[in-house]
Design a protein around this ligand. Structure first.
Ligand code: NAG
Ligand code: NAG
Ligand code: NAG
Ligand code: NAG
Ligand code: NAG
Ligand code: NAG
Length: 389
């Protein structure tokens, strides 16, 4: 049984420098891109330095050479305040509007200080408005750029993103970049946020079955919402791909890039996708993306499979037959909430039905953790049941 590990959303910066730059050159309404620790207002891109937004902390220039300018500076909050907050705002930030908030954290190969914990990891805390976002745990000096994404709903005309030590003598937090991207309220994920009165911590947007030749990721402008689709690259024997256009009308609300549907992971009748480093005892939302791109599959019943999460059937409404639902070269999504009973990992198992002549496949997957939020303003408390304990 083939098995694919999944780690939380992280990006290796070594391969992909030009792409971070490209985002800044587009001035799109509601996009804010802050280069933390920087005081240089470079003209060629629309990243703004944080020196007018943040008076606390220390600007640190990393000794690392040949890295992206945005990652070459960080703001280190090594004072004794209980937390340090950026107030993000732009013309699109109004009460109730949805945003993707991304914190880019890059300690560099020669970090400015050593983690206090003997495990060699930096540990600090991030909050959005007054709500717990998550605890950062990143290895010192491994040269990986970590991108933390959350889907949030503005409570006012600003969104506060805060950094804090976990204990008074814990590691000082730091951050290299902060970005804000507007999200429509019609996405499957933002509709879920409205329904459950929660915010979402993104655990990854994964593009499965990409050739070894890449691309290693897809983002804006190909993804109009600037989600990062990280490629899972496999040899040609494990993928199917097409150059044909994909009809995305059935899935148009989620505004997915066409490219992710043009390649799929397949090859074995059964395979697993392991997602780890998830929160304990919490509710997750997973959505899988498919498109029947193999011209040999030209009728219903030829590729039919079930999906299990930690051994429990997820496709309880019946097995997935993409051709039967939407035909060839058309986008199809399957989303479900998943509760972790024990531990903090989910193993998704894809299993073809015995009658299926073709193996299971998947084009992409997204996993989110549902998180409780305080009341929106004006108060709509009690309108929706609290979803989490
Ligand atoms: C993924 O999970 C399956 C089932 O628990 C396990 O057999 C497999 O070893 C795991 N693979 C990895 C790479 O962790
Ligand atoms: C914070 O870090 C900077 C740079 O390393 C250092 O100059 C400064 O003294 C530190 N401040 C505190 C309060 O430790
Ligand atoms: C992104 O879009 C451009 C323009 O449509 C296209 O040329 C390019 O190949 C796309 N990149 C990816 C990775 O899909
Ligand atoms: C899960 O809970 C255990 C025990 O309470 C704790 O040690 C562990 O750090 C938690 N893991 C996560 C990812 O929160
Ligand atoms: C499907 O493809 C096979 C092989 O190319 C062909 O024989 C068959 O007629 C096709 N079926 C349909 C419904 O198009
Ligand atoms: C979760 O997955 C990680 C990484 O694959 C592994 O190290 C850890 O042991 C797993 N935890 C459980 C409870 O299975």
């Amino acid at each position: 049984m083939a098995s694919i590990p999944f780690s939380a959303l992280f990006l290796s910066i070594i391969l992909q420098m030009a792409l971070l730059w490209s985002i800044g050159s587009s001035q799109k309404t509601g996009f804010t891109s802050i280069d933390c620790g920087s005081d240089s207002d470079y003209t060629e891109i629309q990243w703004v330095p944080d020196n007018k937004l943040m008076s606390e902390g220390t600007s640190v220039v990393l000794p690392d050479t040949s890295i992206d300018l945005v990652l070459s500076t960080m703001r280190l909050f090594n004072g004794s305040q209980s937390k340090y907050c950026y107030s993000l705002s732009n013309s699109a930030v109004t009460a109730g509007a949805f945003f993707l908030v991304r914190a880019s954290i890059y300690p560099g190969k020669n970090p400015p200080y050593t983690p206090k914990n003997p495990d060699g990891y930096f540990h600090f805390r991030m909050l959005i408005d007054a709500d717990m976002w998550g605890d950062v745990k990143i290895l010192s000096g491994d040269g990986i750029w970590w991108a933390y994404d959350a889907y949030v709903r503005a409570k006012h005309s600003k969104i506060d993103v805060c950094f804090a030590r976990i204990t008074p003598d814990g590691d000082a937090p730091f951050v290299s970049g902060l970005t804000l991207r507007p999200l429509p309220d019609t996405l499957t994920s933002t509709a879920l946020m409205t329904e459950k009165n929660c915010f979402l911590v993104c655990l990854g947007h994964k593009n499965y079955g990409v050739p070894l030749s890449g691309p290693s990721w897809i983002r804006f402008p190909n993804d109009t919402l600037d989600r990062y689709w990280i490629s899972h690259e496999v040899p040609d024997s494990k993928l199917t791909s097409t150059q044909e256009a994909i009809d995305r009308t059935a899935d148009s609300l989620d505004q997915l890039p066409e490219r992710i549907f043009q390649t799929s992971l397949t090859g074995s009748r059964d395979f697993t996708l392991n997602w780890s480093t998830l929160g304990n005892d919490s509710v997750h939302y997973v959505v899988f993306r498919f498109s029947e791109i193999d011209p040999l599959v030209n009728t219903s019943g030829m590729r039919v499979f079930s999906i299990f999460a930690n051994g429990v059937l997820l496709t309880t409404e019946g097995p997935i037959d993409v051709f039967a639902r939407v035909g060839a070269n058309a986008a199809y999504s399957f989303g479900k909430t998943v509760t972790l009973d024990a531990g903090s990992n989910i193993t998704f198992t894809f299993t073809s039905l015995v009658s299926s002549t073709f193996p299971a496949f998947v084009a992409a997957a997204e996993v989110f953790e549902l998180r409780e939020i305080g009341a929106l303003s004006p108060p709509s408390i009690n309108k929706y049941p609290k979803y989490l304990k």
